[in-house]
Write a protein that binds this ligand. Structure first.
Ligand code: HPA
Length: 241
């Protein structure tokens, strides 16, 4: 049975459907992961679950220890990781589920590599296709099986946060080709690639990005879409083969 790593984002700090086997704290050379990792089963799948923002959702995107999280997943034998993320929609409306195929990085000052030159090793991984095609296909098939509408490609722009963007920033991102905006797919995807792991993001649009909807982006608006999105994630996971 293969083991799939699940990194949960905002609104996904626990996996209700998971049959929990045990929790494990992993010591990494980079410090602590966001939370203990939960080993569990879901149907035929063996899963390893980690809430990216911590069990109490108290770690903001720019303070997540992405290196520790990816290192811990690799250490515990995962070969594929699905990173769930809530995002703002630039070309996609709230409630859309998007499996992006490309990334643009607008974040800064994050620890974003395992190849820091400290051990005398410099390495430049290929990142032409930042997400794992095989896993994107698995997610697409699961969505089809679950009867969930899915957008099978798109460009995810990664901002630094934690504040949301200005309308002008979003216009610039749209001109760059971004379809959705979030804060966490990088450095997560790049670190997974450096460790030779197959990584894909499943993004849930929870609001129109700044300037694309009517008026301000409120937490109430986000929460309403988030609840529906989280239910879709549950049924998507149950259809993974
Ligand atoms: N911008 C950046 N990240 C986000 C957003 C947004 O509008 N919504 C959810 N995550």
């Amino acid at each position: 049975m293969r083991k799939i790593g699940i990194i949960g984002g905002t609104g996904f700090t626990r996996m209700k459907q998971l049959e929990i086997i045990h929790r494990e704290v992993v010591n990494t050379p980079y410090g602590e992961a966001s939370a203990p990792l939960t080993h569990g089963r879901l149907g035929n799948l063996e899963l390893l679950f980690l809430p990216r923002h911590g069990s109490g959702h108290n770690i903001p995107p720019h303070r997540i220890n992405y290196r520790a999280n990816i290192w811990a997943m690799k250490e515990l034998g995962v070969e594929q990781i699905i990173g769930f993320a809530t995002v703002g929609g630039i070309t996609q409306p709230p409630q859309a589920m998007v499996i992006p195929d490309q990334l643009i990085d607008y974040s800064w000052s994050r620890e974003q590599t395992f190849f820091d030159g400290e051990d005398g090793q410099v390495s430049h991984v290929d990142f032409t296709e930042p997400f794992c095609g095989e896993l994107r296909q698995i997610l697409t098939n699961a969505a089809l099986g679950a009867g969930i509408d899915i957008v099978t490609e798109g460009v995810y722009g990664v901002t630094q946060g934690p504040r949301l963007e200005t309308a002008a920033e979003i216009n610039r991102m749209q001109a760059d080709g971004c379809d959705v905006v979030g804060m966490t797919a990088l450095p997560e995807a790049a670190l997974a690639r450096e460790k030779g792991l197959c990584y894909a993001t499943c993004a849930i649009v929870v609001n129109w990005a700044a300037g694309k909807g009517d008026g301000a982006i409120t937490q109430e608006l986000i929460d309403a879409h988030l609840e529906i999105g989280t239910a879709s994630i549950g049924s998507l996971l149950q259809h993974i083969k």
